[in-house]
Design a protein around this ligand. Structure first.
Ligand SMILES: Nc1ncnc2c1ncn2[C@@H]1O[C@H](COP(=O)(O)OP(=O)(O)OP(=O)(O)O)[C@@H](O)[C@H]1O
Ligand SMILES: [Mg+2]
Length: 488
């Protein structure tokens, strides 16, 4: 466990609050495997007492007990402004199984709930559940979702909704915000404990380093730089990249008003509440970098026993300066692969940038375009490439395709192996907002079938699934703008 009760008031035993008449809304057999749960023919836990446990109504199944559920405080910067202590007002860690922490989100009030009700609504829980599992299947590091348990318990948001509890799994739920919390309290003992726990359980390679904490900081920065490059490559916008939503393990966490790009707009803002566009698609790398600078505040006191303040600061700054480099390398590598390049050639980046500019200008569907690109043949006549029809400036895109085909000829691989490789990096199926919305609308009427269907389709995002072609299509015009906000 990342957290132990060490006598401070930022980590407290917290019992979930029960919900009346719980029922299964969603369950992920793939996530269940991580913790070795035995399932019945319906794909649900054979031991039916799990329903009560994941509802927050009980702390024991016939073979598993969670005697010390805890909640932890963390702080953070929200929309760039220091917000002090703000979490965890609605997540309770039950315990650990098979190296995975089990966390109930929306399981009722904690000591840190402030004005909140400690609950999460069905709508946002479905989005979190589906996207967690979809991201994992895309190969992107993420917290996982085991289940959603629903109830008729009313929850007030803009309108009256009903409650749900989403069970998440992760090797650790430690966030940048935990470090910021103890840094703001100048609690070096606890900062050291957190860093030592991270090193022991998740970054053992730092142990032998002469500067273990600096090395840990470097690795956390690296993981998050790679993570954000992966987001950009699949067109994922997180929506609320506050420092308290950034994982110390480099996992995607907190699926709120996220959105995958449909039409490619470089400055797309997926969170309706983000009026200034701080968390727009093109700003995500820069914002993640900024969050790593927030994390540095937690590492400064850890370096100070061996270095004076100025030296410690300069060491951390040096690491921070490597973030854009790590990110750019990862981004370039991913986009080269998306275009089917296995080698690095001069002019590749310019070619990628020209394509993205053309896609932005014509608002071309991001996922659809890259998936179809693998079907282009090296010897094709440019005017016969059907993808050109998605662009307003035909001459411009024809020139681009001409240059692209020339570039492809510099590759040793032929069309077929290149297509196979490209289809393994350009997903066909992503959790488009309008698809999630259909599942939510049905679930509100107790029909959870669409959640199961989406879970299944999205668990194989790179496969052709001929029975599910329509799930790969861009949204119809009337469903292009599903608005999502921070309300959850
Ligand atoms: N309904 C609520 N009741 C109590 N606290 C809440 C509620 N909603 C949000 N919060 C608190 O506000 C903080 C910031 O909210 P945010 O939307 O970033 O996170 P979240 O969706 O609750 O959870 P997580 O980051 O764990 O996925 C959370 O850490 C949580 O403690
Ligand atoms: Mg959050």
């Amino acid at each position: 466990m990342a957290f132990t009760l060490s006598g401070d008031d930022a980590c407290q035993i917290t019992h979930p609050s029960p919900i009346p008449n719980p029922y299964w809304v969603a369950f992920s057999p793939a996530a269940a495997k991580l913790i070795g749960l035995e399932l019945n023919n319906a794909g649900l836990p054979s031991d039916s007492s799990w329903l009560e446990v994941l509802a927050g109504n009980s702390l024991a199944t016939t073979y598993q007990q969670f005697p010390r559920p805890i909640s932890t405080a963390y702080s953070g910067h929200q929309f760039g402004v220091w917000a002090g202590q703000l979490g965890d007002g609605r997540a309770i860690l039950l315990g650990e199984m098979n190296g995975q922490e089990l966390q109930l989100k929306g399981a009722g009030k904690t000591m840190y709930s402030r004005m909140g009700d400690g609950r999460a609504v069905l709508r946002s829980s479905i989005r979190e559940f589906l996207c967690s599992e979809a991201m994992h299947a895309l190969g992107i590091p993420t917290t996982r979702a085991l289940a959603i348990v629903g109830s008729e318990l009313p929850v007030r948001r803009e309108t009256m909704e009903t409650a749900a509890v989403c069970t998440r799994l992760a090797p650790s739920f430690l966030r940048i915000g935990h470090f910021e919390h103890y840094a703001s309290l100048q609690n070096v003992v606890r900062l050291k404990e957190l860093a030592d726990l991270l090193i022991k359980d998740h970054y053992p390679e730092c142990q032998t380093n002469t500067e273990p904490y600096l090395e840990l900081f470097k690795r956390i920065c690296e993981r998050n730089a790679m993570l954000v490059a992966q987001w950009q490559a699949v067109g994922f916008c997180h929506g609320v990249l506050n420092s308290d939503n950034i994982s110390a393990l480099g996992l995607t966490m907190d699926y709120g008003p996220f959105g995958f790009l449909d039409q490619f707009e470089i400055d797309h803002i997926c969170n309706h509440s983000d009026q200034g566009g701080r968390y727009a698609y093109h700003r995500q790398p820069q914002i993640m970098h900024w969050n790593m600078a927030c994390l540095a505040s937690g590492f400064l006191p850890l370096l100070e026993p061996t270095h004076d303040e100025q030296k410690a600061q300069s060491l951390l700054r040096e690491v921070l300066e490597t973030f854009p480099v790590t990110y750019a390398q990862a981004w370039q590598s991913l986009f080269r692969q998306k275009l089917g390049f296995t080698t690095e050639q001069e002019g590749d980046i310019r070619l990628i940038e020209r394509l993205l500019q053309a896609m932005h200008d014509s608002k071309v569907d991001f996922t659809y375009f890259f998936r179809q690109l693998s079907g282009v043949r090296q010897d094709q006549v440019v005017q016969q490439i059907s993808l050109r029809d998605h662009f307003v400036d035909r001459n411009g895109i024809d020139q681009w395709f001409t240059d692209y085909l020339t570039r492809l000829k510099a590759e040793s691989s032929q069309d077929h192996p290149r297509k196979i490789a490209m289809d393994l990096i350009n997903p066909k199926y992503i959790l488009r907002n309008h698809l999630a919305q259909v599942a939510i609308d049905k679930a509100k009427h107790h029909d959870f079938s669409e959640i199961t269907t989406l879970l299944e389709i999205l668990s194989k995002p790179y496969d052709e699934q001929s029975a599910h072609e329509r799930y790969a299509m861009p949204p119809p015009p009337d469903l292009e703008k599903v608005e999502v906000s921070c309300s959850s």
